[in-house]
Design a protein around this ligand. Structure first.
Ligand code: AMP
Length: 515
């Protein structure tokens, strides 16, 4: 089984149907997309690339990204997507570790430093004449039956070698197979949304991450794929594009959702306008606080669905559906809003103690996932694989608890938990409270070493522009809402929080500041 068959199938059903858009402009029908993939696949083969070899992608979101990915699969190769915000040396480390033979790049990303990428057989800049030549097609239309056969691949062969964002240590290569991505694609229809051929997915978040692999369910449905000309996230651009080619669907991290909502509010857009612009905004990848999703629903309407997953089980863990997000009459609605929802259809979820024993409802332990979306292992790292996957269960490193209805609430990454005077404290709880304080924009809570308590709770708080924060008010709010021992012993008011390239707060950095 090879994911390239999804493209071949759509190209046979309706070759003329629009597939890839650069903003509002059509750049490929499904037939043209398949034809270019065959053409590129032939050139990979002519250069001696063999099934299983790796090609790396280090680029801003580009209209040619999906063509490269599916061409690589067509030829049986595995794709190594690299976050465009990484330093060139970090990208080089990944390419070397993956032993990538070719790399496709965009110059805006590779020319940020004087360093040059080395060790590759071919480095193709997607905006160059060299790429135009590679993409140049003989003057012949798409032919069903295909001139370049799709390489035979087993469902468990490597398709996507994704390097974990690595908030600590060196990134590890997560081996994602054709089966994993096929499962992810089908789960979208069961747990996230129905997709019609008239839909358009917008790639505003990095295509090297979850946003990019959401191309798969959209291709399964024959929908359109739109890359915003800015190659990234610009709320004004997205709203304008949504009006012209929308309604759009997209994946967005919580920080991006927040900026969309800010824009809609500042521009005075009605909920009706927002619904005409966005069909579905899937959020996940980092905690979405209950107060933030309530505001998002109030401003933009019922377009949201939450997913929880991780690189090791991409986009597939739990989902909090549109229905659950709107079911305000449910007696546990608020708890559900703060949860990440229920297990997605193809997986099972457990919460266990340190010995792998199931915990009763409501008790916090490590979250485990089992199913066909779970990675084959870490690239050339059997030790890390053996500790992450035991008896077919993926140990996510996330701490959470299940309620009686199967809703999972995440507390923290296991390493983020604070132990003060022998009590476990989950920073997320305190962050939820502080975010309700007037004038607070962002919060991150960590533990600082303390001779008496082992660790004490410290809150880093970012004020909203133009607001002065008074720590006595913050403390009073904590006293009102949570147990005394959990409240921060110290507040650090800061202008911003350190974040990694995916916008996740780097708690390790904050801990370092506390010595
Ligand atoms: P990554 O492998 O970079 O995608 O990061 C995955 C991690 O992000 C998970 O293990 C969680 O810690 C966190 N995460 C993913 N989705 C959510 C979510 N919906 N809510 C809270 N945290 C999330």
């Amino acid at each position: 089984m090879n994911l390239a068959h999804l493209l071949q199938r759509q190209a046979s059903i309706d070759p003329e149907r629009p597939a890839i858009l650069n903003g509002t402009q059509l750049v490929a029908t499904h037939g043209q997309w398949a034809q270019r993939c065959q053409h590129l696949a032939r050139q990979f083969q002519a250069a001696g690339l063999q099934p299983g070899d790796r090609v790396a992608l280090f680029m801003r979101n580009h209209v040619r990204t999906l063509e490269v990915i599916f061409a690589a699969w067509w030829a049986g190769l595995a794709v190594v997507p690299i976050n465009a915000k990484l330093h060139l040396r970090e990208a080089q480390w990944i390419m070397d570790n993956a032993q990538a033979r070719w790399a496709f790049v965009t110059a805006d990303i590779t020319s940020k430093t004087d360093d040059k990428l080395t060790g590759l057989e071919r480095l193709v800049d997607l905006d160059s004449a060299e790429a135009d030549a590679l993409w140049f097609l003989p003057a012949k239309g798409y032919q069903a039956g295909c001139e370049t056969p799709i390489a035979e691949r087993h469902a468990d062969d490597l398709a996507w070698l994704f390097y974990t964002s690595g908030t600590t240590g060196r990134p590890k290569g997560v081996m994602i197979t054709h089966r994993n991505l096929m499962t992810m694609g089908l789960a979208y229809f069961c747990d996230v949304d129905a997709i019609s051929p008239q839909d358009t997915i917008a790639y505003a978040a990095p295509m090297s991450h979850g946003a990019g692999i959401y191309a798969i369910p959209h291709l399964m449905a024959g929908a359109r794929h739109m890359v915003p000309p800015s190659g990234g996230f610009d709320p004004a651009e997205l709203f304008a594009l949504g009006e012209q080619v929308g309604p759009l669907s997209m994946f967005a991290a919580p920080t991006i959702v927040k900026r969309l909502v800010d824009h809609a509010e500042a521009a005075g857009l009605s909920m009706q306008t927002c619904s005409q612009t966005f069909k579905t905004v899937v959020y996940g990848g980092a905690p979405m606080y209950a107060a933030d999703i309530q505001r998002a629903l109030r401003v933009m309407g019922p377009c949201f669905v939450q997913i929880y997953g991780q690189g090791e089980s991409p986009m597939v863990g739990t989902a909090l559906s549109r229905h659950h997000l709107q079911d305000t009459a449910h007696p546990r609605h608020l708890e559900r809003l703060a949860s990440v929802g229920v297990a997605q259809t193809p997986v099972r979820i457990r919460v266990t103690d340190a010995h792998g024993q199931d915990l009763p409802t409501g008790e916090v332990g490590e979250v485990l996932i089992q199913g066909d979306s779970v990675m084959a292992g870490y690239w050339r790292n059997p030790e890390a694989t053996a500790s992450a996957i035991q008896k077919d269960w993926l140990f996510t490193g996330d701490m959470g608890c299940l309620d009686a209805d199967g809703f999972l609430t995440l507390k923290d990454r296991s390493k983020d938990m604070i132990i003060s005077g022998g009590s476990n404290i989950y920073p997320r709880e305190i962050e939820e409270v502080l975010l309700h304080a007037p004038g607070v924009a962002e919060v991150a809570v960590v533990g600082a070493p303390d001779p008496e308590w082992g660790e004490v709770v410290v809150a880093f708080v970012v004020p909203q522009t133009g607001h002065e924060l008074d720590t006595a008010t913050l403390d009073a709010l904590c006293l009102q809402e949570i147990a005394r021992f959990k409240r921060p012993k110290r507040y650090e008011i800061v202008a911003s929080l350190p974040k990694n390239n995916y916008g996740k707060v780097l708690k390790t950095e904050l801990r370092k500041r506390l010595g």
